[in-house]
Structure formats: C-alpha cells, structure tokens
Ligand binder design. Structure first.
Ligand SMILES: NC(=O)C1=CN([C@@H]2O[C@H](COP(=O)(O)OP(=O)(O)OC[C@H]3O[C@@H](n4cnc5c(N)ncnc54)[C@H](OP(=O)(O)O)[C@@H]3O)[C@@H](O)[C@H]2O)C=CC1
Ligand SMILES: O=C(O)C1=N[C@H](C(=O)O)C[C@H](O)C1
Length: 248
C-alpha cells in the first residue's frame, strides 16, 4: 500500500483526489490537509507521497518541506517556471532518494493534445492557443497553455521556424492575448466550463485545430494515480506526465 496525503484536500481537485486515493486498492489516504493545517501531520501520518493541489503562492513552501522530510510529491498546482524548477532541482540534490512530479495537466487527453501540438508545430507558419476554464480559476493563462506554448516554441526553434506573422500595429491592450515564448495565448473564463484548450495551426489554404475538453475533474484522476504509483521509484524532478506514459 502506498501511503498518500493530499494538500488542498477541501478544494475542487483535492477533494476529488481524496476520493480517488480512497478508491484505489493499492493506496491508503493517510492525511487530508487544507489551509491552516500543520505540515507535521504528514510525517506523523507516515505519508510516502503527497499530492498537492493548492495554490501557486504556497506550493513552493509545501514542496521545500516535503523534500526536506524525504516525502515524494505529485504536483498539479500551477505556477511553475524555469526558476522554480531550478530551485526544486537544487533542493532535491540534498535529498537524493526523493521524487517530485510536476504535471501541468493530469488528463491523458490533455497530455496527448500537448504532444500532438508539439508534433504539428514545425509544419505551420501560424499558431495560437485558446484556453477556456471555469471562472473560479485563480491563474491565467493556464499551466497547460503555458506548457503547450513552451513545447511548440521549442519545436519551432528546433525546426528553424521564424517568428509568427502578425501585422497588428494599433489596437487595445490585451486584444492579441498574452505572449508566452513568442506564442499568443488567449484565456476564456466562463461558468459551465471545466478545463478546455484549442491549439490552432494555420498555413496557406489550411488550418488544423487540436482541441481537448475535460468535462469533469474525474478526468485527471487516472493521471494522478499513475503519478503516485510511479514517483515512489523515480527520484529527482520529473516535469510532465508524458514521462510516465508509453507514447512510442
Ligand atoms: N495539473 C492538473 O491536472 C490540474 C491542476 N489544477 C491546479 O490545481 C490548483 C488547485 O486547483 P483547484 O482545486 O481548482 O483550486 P481550489 O481553490 O478549489 O483548491 C485549492 C485548495 O487549497 C487550499 N489551500 C490554500 N493554501 C493552502 C495551504 N497552504 N495548504 C493546504 N491547502 C491550502 C485552498 O483553501 P482556501 O480556499 O481556504 O484558500 C483550497 O481548499 C490550481 O493551481 C489549478 O490550476 C487544477 C486542475 C487540474
Ligand atoms: O485550474 C484548473 O481548473 C486547471 N488547471 C490546470 C491548468 O492551469 O492548466 C489544468 C487544467 O487546465 C485545469
């Protein structure tokens, strides 16, 4: 049995994760912590793996504590940039047996969408990303959109692609979305939505749209449990659930 604790347990993702861990035959939910709870409860409960679905402003503190105490972490919370990842790598050097998985999105379909987008990137002159989420989401653009943009930008650089054409010279601030690594990202917040993304590619005479929809938070649970099962044997930092999937 893998002893699992959830941080952010009263939240939308945390509560779903508690249910999924309790239903998994090879996992035991040993602690469910939320805002105001002491992290010492993790060691008291003997947690081997922590699943973090909290907030970008608190996740780094949680991870520093877990790494220091040799507790593996599966992290869905957003807000990770290169600087944060570098900090985690340094912290993990001092705790060599500990593993941390940072996954922008635990839905298998979303992981495939990012992979397909990276594959398509080299073939199209134009690309833009539209992410669509529920209005209670605290960050924009989504972690998934950021990661998708980074993967596309990397693929374009490797292929020697130039900058994306855009003749806009006047207009309102924000009308062309945010610039993530040279890729335009647009965010929609709409009651009724959960988590959705479209990646639009275009070239002369054709477009390609890759779309993924999470209609329910259950869609993330298979990926979360995969992360829990794999991280106990994967020391160091893993960025992206794709590393735990056989995509060949
Ligand atoms: N990787 C993925 O597949 C997915 C990632 N996410 C990401 O996960 C994060 C959480 O999303 P969601 O569940 O919708 O958000 P919620 O706001 O519903 O849940 C966050 C929970 O964490 C609690 N919390 C805040 N600070 C702490 C703390 N220091 N220790 C423990 N708990 C704390 C909050 O309490 P309070 O409300 O009192 O502040 C709240 O209960 C976001 O970054 C989101 O983008 C979401 C979906 C999928
Ligand atoms: O906050 C959410 O809901 C989600 N957050 C993650 C993100 O920012 O990419 C994953 C998914 O899009 C749902």
């Amino acid at each position: 049995m893998i002893k699992v604790a959830v941080l952010g347990a009263k939240g939308k993702m945390g509560s779903q994760t508690c249910q999924a861990v309790e239903a998994a035959e090879d996992c035991e939910l040993v602690a469910a912590l939320d805002q105001g709870d002491e992290l010492t409860r993790l060691t008291e409960a003997g947690a081997q793996v922590v699943v973090d679905f909290t907030r970008p402003e608190v996740v780094m503190g949680n991870l520093a504590w877990c790494i220091e105490h040799g507790i593996h972490a599966v992290v869905g919370t957003t807000g990770f940039d290169e600087e944060r990842l570098a900090t985690l790598r340094t912290q993990l050097e001092a705790s060599p047996g500990t593993g941390v998985l940072i996954a922008a999105n635990f839905s298998i379909g979303a992981v495939l969408m990012m992979q397909f987008a990276a594959q398509a990137a080299r073939y199209y002159e134009s690309v833009e990303i539209i992410e669509l989420h529920h209005p209670d989401k605290v960050d924009a653009p989504s972690g998934t959109a950021r990661r998708t943009a980074e993967l596309i930008a990397e693929a374009r650089r490797e292929a020697g692609a130039g900058s994306i054409p855009d003749a806009t010279s006047t207009g309102l601030d924000g009308a062309r979305g945010a610039d993530v690594d040279g890729i335009r990202v647009h965010g929609v917040r709409l009651r009724g939505l959960v988590a959705h993304q479209e990646v639009l590619f275009g070239d002369t005479g054709e477009t390609l749209t890759i779309r993924h929809d999470s209609m329910h938070r259950e869609s993330f649970m298979a990926g979360v449990l995969l992360g829990v099962r794999r991280i106990v044997d994967t020391p160091g930092l893993t960025v992206g659930l794709e590393h735990f999937l056989d995509l060949s």
